[in-house]
Design a protein around this ligand. Structure first.
Ligand SMILES: N[C@@H](CCC(=O)N[C@@H](CS)C(=O)NCC(=O)O)C(=O)O
Length: 239
């Protein structure tokens, strides 16, 4: 049995991290049986200090990309075998758009927009094990985690732009996704592929989570095909 180590659900979405959603969605699409272990405590044992990671037959694999590659090599590639080399190249480019750019727009919206500060505290620092710590320690951890996220956004580059510029950058990603999807049920036509799991990971965290408010979320809602895709995928694999 595969064990997926992840953070935990956010509202109706199976995880607050697009990368954890991607792996869980992939396993559901491919019909791979699994169990989940949730909580930030698993960051301590994560081979690369990030979630998700999996354990399977005594092996530990970290990073959602390597995990999907491992699944394909170990259990067969039931989802992407119908894709041409050109499709696979497009899927790689969209994966980078989603994971190396749009992901950071989501991080910015949740962690740096003032309207989400209280909700973020509740979601990230509201766990009973955290609330049991003494107040000064809690305040220190909160401050240092927020500083670390801010520094990551700055190092990545997105954090150097204004809120408006970041929304515009994210909107170009959404427009590219919407224009590529058009009115197809899945990104590569009638049959789902692993790109759908990856896109759902980000889009569900934008469109199916109601507790955060951000201009990028309002923008995303204007793309009716992206909303329809996200709902369709959610109902099929998580409904
Ligand atoms: N490239 C990794 C990215 C995973 C990742 O960035 N995970 C974040 C949450 S979305 C994390 O674990 N952050 C915790 C930390 O950096 O301390 C993947 O595809 O799995």
């Amino acid at each position: 049995m595969i064990t997926l180590y992840k953070f935990g659900p956010l509202e109706q979405v199976c995880d607050a991290s697009p990368f954890c959603v991607k792996v869980e969605a992939y396993m559901r699409m491919a019909g791979l049986p699994y169990e989940v272990k949730t909580g930030t405590k698993h960051l301590k044992t994560a081979p690369k200090g990030k979630l998700p990671y999996i354990e399977d037959n005594g092996k530990r694999i970290a990073d959602s990309g390597f995990i999907v590659q491992y699944f394909k090599e170990t259990y067969g590639d039931s989802l992407d075998s119908h894709l041409s080399d050109q499709d696979k190249a497009i899927a790689t480019a969209f994966t980078r758009l989603l994971e190396e750019n749009l992901y950071w727009v989501i991080v910015h919206a949740r962690w740096l927009l003032p309207q989400n500060a209280a909700m973020l505290d509740q979601n990230i620092f509201g766990a009973p094990e955290f609330l049991r710590l003494p107040l000064p320690l809690r305040a220190y951890i909160k401050y240092s985690v927020k500083q670390k996220v801010k520094a990551s956004l700055h190092a990545q580059g997105l954090g150097r732009h204004s809120h408006e510029e970041i929304t515009a950058i994210g909107n170009r990603d959404l427009l590219a996704l919407a224009n590529f999807l058009q009115d197809k049920p899945y990104f590569f036509g009638n049959e789902p592929s692993s790109l759908d799991a990856i896109a759902y990971g980000s889009l569900a965290n934008i469109l199916l989570v109601n507790c955060y408010q951000a201009p990028i979320i309002d923008q995303a809602r204007t793309y009716e095909n992206l909303s329809a895709f996200t709902r369709r995928f959610h109902e099929r694999y998580f409904g």
